[in-house]
Design a protein around this ligand. Structure first.
Ligand SMILES: Cc1cc2nc3c(=O)[nH]c(=O)nc-3n(C[C@H](O)[C@H](O)[C@H](O)COP(=O)(O)O)c2cc1C
Length: 473
């Protein structure tokens, strides 16, 4: 079932006991710090209200999808299944997705307040300073940035970080190869500003479509409809005419002028690998309209150390699993990513010699947006790839570092903190990747020492008998 808006989703997180209302936290680091602390505990969705200096009702929602249960809730998947089962359900869902074109409606609650001219002031929202050393107050962390290709009319939506640099000015950091930047460049080459609408809070399944890597020419709005199993209702934003979800909380409309005409220093910002990275001159948005609902909710999704999970489960693991199967790797029992995508674990039922290496090389060759990866580990099917302690046990006992480890030289992202400054300067974005075969050696696996652990059946039998007596069930 698709939620009509962010509010309906937040209400249902209360129903599964995963909502915390917080009154009075300060925008200056308190909201950011609480967001970090609670994400580390896989805590509830946080709804901040009564931010000092701002009207009651101007709220911020953080950690919206940060547990597997809330992710499952947002996507209509079973909420009480183990994490690997939720990943399987997500895989099945995205395998059969049917795109739905958005439908245009005449009006929507986002038009309840339209600010223009002198009334434009981005400072009315209690935008947090999320991390201690951020270069400003980032209003766009869970945003959808909407632009239109001037040649084909294709509507592209992406998530790019956005900082307030004036009452009517924002920066956007859009990496060069992203469709959003390629489209902006078309306007700039024609000497024109690029019209843009930035959605700063909407229903989470819709938001999840924005950072998905849809092909050129395909609108992420269609993917949003597919995830929702229902078309997305959009209105035409009054200044740009760009389509935006009718139930958005806040929309900022404006124009991105060519950077030669106007740009602004941007960053640093605490980014997903867990470090402050990237600062420099970036493009700006000249704000022409602000639309917002009464009592708007800004969706905050700041990057945190990748020991927390932004979507409750590592979505990329589903793509890896598909890729392995398409590459002919059989008997994959599970795939998981730890530390965002920096460490990939593949659990296998070994059938032939070299199968683990086949799986590892197939995954290491995958091309994706994030580009920054380090460790690829194959484990046997008795190891739960979700459980890092089990993975480490396998690495410590089934790996001979002299034999089971290989290092490839590959590419990395400019967010990689390990990229030496001199390599960065000469544009050499290469880095090693380690393939670790932590499976029992295939040719003598039958002689490998037996694990000192009760069988699943025995554990269940004894637990069923004893848990009630011990008051544990
Ligand atoms: C939370 C989040 C924040 C992101 N921030 C940025 C960003 O600041 N700049 C950027 O270029 N990409 C960022 N991305 C990645 C893009 O949103 C993603 O690659 C998207 O597919 C780009 O769309 P496009 O190629 O259609 O422009 C972010 C992704 C997520 C999930």
């Amino acid at each position: 079932m698709a939620f009509s808006d962010l509010r309906a989703f937040i209400d249902s997180t209360a129903r599964i006991g995963e909502l915390k209302l917080i009154d009075g936290a300060d925008w200056n680091l308190e909201i950011g710090c609480l967001t970090e602390l609670m994400a580390e505990q896989e805590g509830p969705l946080l709804l901040f209200d009564s931010v000092p200096g701002y009207p009651k009702g101007f709220r911020i929602a953080a950690n919206a999808l940060a547990t597997a249960r809330r992710f499952a809730l947002a996507l209509g998947l079973p909420t009480d299944a183990p994490k690997l089962e939720i990943l399987r359900a997500w895989r099945n869902k995205i395998r059969d997705l049917k795109p739905f074109a958005p439908v245009e409606v005449a009006t929507g609650p986002v038009l309840e307040n339209i600010l223009e001219g002198d009334r434009i002031d981005l400072g009315i929202f209690p935008t947090p300073k999320w991390h201690e050393l951020d270069g400003g107050r980032y209003i766009g962390t869970g945003d959808m940035v909407v632009v239109k290709d001037p040649d084909s009319g294709w509507i592209n939506v992406g998530t790019y970080r956005s900082c307030i640099v004036g009452k009517d000015r924002l920066t956007l950091w859009i990496i060069e190869q992203k469709h959003g930047k390629q489209i902006a460049r078309k306007y700039w080459h024609a000497g024109k500003p690029c019209p843009v609408a930035i959605v700063l809070g909407c229903e989470p399944a819709t938001w999840m479509a924005a950072p998905s890597a849809a092909k050129a020419g395909v609108s992420e709005y269609e993917y949003a409809g597919a995830l929702r199993s229902a078309p997305l209702e959009v209105i035409r934003a009054p200044y740009t005419g760009l389509p935006v979800p009718a139930t958005s909380e806040i929309v900022v409309e404006g124009e991105m002028p060519p950077p030669e005409e106007e740009s602004h220093s941007e960053g640093p910002f605490g980014e997903w690998p867990g470090y402050y990275t990237h600062s420099g001159e970036e493009c700006v948005v000249r704000v022409k309209r602000i639309l917002h609902r009464n009592d708007p909710i800004l969706l905050g999704n700041p990057p945190l150390l990748p020991i927390t999970e932004r979507y409750g489960i590592p979505l990329f693991a589903a793509r890896i699993w598909d890729h392995l199967e398409q590459s002919g790797v059989s008997d994959v029992q599970g795939v998981w990513c730890h530390c965002h995508t920096l460490m990939v674990v593949v659990s296998l039922k070994q059938r032939f010699a070299g199968q683990a290496l086949q799986a590892l090389t197939a995954v290491a060759g995958m091309m994706t947006g994030a580009s920054m990866y380090r460790y690829y580990i194959a484990v046997d099917d008795d190891i739960d790839p979700v459980d890092l302690k089990q993975v480490i046990w396998a690495m410590c006992t089934r790996v001979d570092p002299a034999e089971s480890v290989q290092v490839l030289k590959s590419w990395t992202s400019d967010l990689d903190p390990r990229l030496a400054p001199e390599k960065r300067e000469r544009g050499d974005f290469t880095m090693g990747r380690m393939l670790i075969d932590a499976c029992k050696p295939f040719h003598w696996r039958d002689k490998f020492a037996v694990a000192n652990k009760f069988s699943a059946d025995k554990r269940e039998e004894i637990w069923e008998k004893w848990a009630p007596k011990l008051g544990l069930k």
